[in-house]
Design a protein around this ligand. Structure first.
Ligand code: NB4
Ligand code: NI
Length: 184
């Protein structure tokens, strides 16, 4: 697994290139490696052994590849059900529908590419519809809300050269619009 690119590297501020189909062997490997990072990072033993910071998402620019691809792995919080809430690789994703209502994580956001703790709410859309491609090149639509929607917006931002702290209100980091749900 390649090292994760840190803030300051220009690749994080570039608009990533579209991925072409059929996927190259290299692109398939990239998708598999990014998902493997997330799976490993969420296993406390493996994460400790390899010194991995836990992640629920990872975008290709974060491993130095300026392509429109991101892995998302949102685990379930139900111990009786091992099925993740969302496990997918987003390719060429676009937000085609977004709610007026916003949502923000109560704890703010952290990014594997940003070492400092930057506090404040990151306002996102509470509900989105994403149009993207799957590994086979089929165009798919994902309707998401709340936490999984926030994760995907963080990842899609990376593909457009945007980092979470760009969205934090500079005067008052904890100021939110009226119609915003805070998600625990
Ligand atoms: C992406 C997220 C930042 C906010 C919310 C959260 C973690 C990331 C960055 C929205 C998307 C990575 C990608 C976590 C985490 C909860 C689930 C399951 C068991 C530990 C894990 C911890 F690690 N963010 N880190 N940051 N990024 N929740 N959880 N838990 O994932 O930079 O661009 O394993
Ligand atoms: Ni990030």
């Amino acid at each position: 697994m390649k090292d994760i690119v840190r803030d300051g590297d220009p690749v994080l501020r570039q608009v990533a290139k579209k991925v072409e189909f059929p996927l190259s062997a290299e692109d398939r490997q990239l998708a598999a490696d990014m998902m493997a990072y997330l799976v490993n990072s969420q296993d406390p033993k493996i994460a400790e052994k390899h010194q991995l910071r836990a992640g629920v998402g990872l975008a290709a620019p974060q491993v130095g590849v300026s392509k429109q691809m991101a892995a998302v792995l949102v685990p379930t919080d139900n111990p009786d059900d091992p099925k993740p809430v969302l496990k997918t690789v987003l390719i060429n994703p676009l937000i085609i529908v977004q709610s007026v209502k916003d949502a923000a994580l109560a704890e703010g956001e952290g990014c594997l590419s940003v070492d400092k703790d930057i506090r404040g709410y990151v306002p996102r859309h509470d509900r989105i519809t994403i149009r993207c491609q799957d590994m086979a090149g089929n165009t798919i639509r994902l309707k998401l809300k709340d936490y999984p929607a926030i994760v995907c917006q963080h990842e899609i931002d990376h593909l457009n050269g945007i980092l979470f702290y760009d969205h934090i209100n500079k005067e008052n980091p904890f100021k939110l619009k009226d119609n915003t749900v805070v998600i625990e």
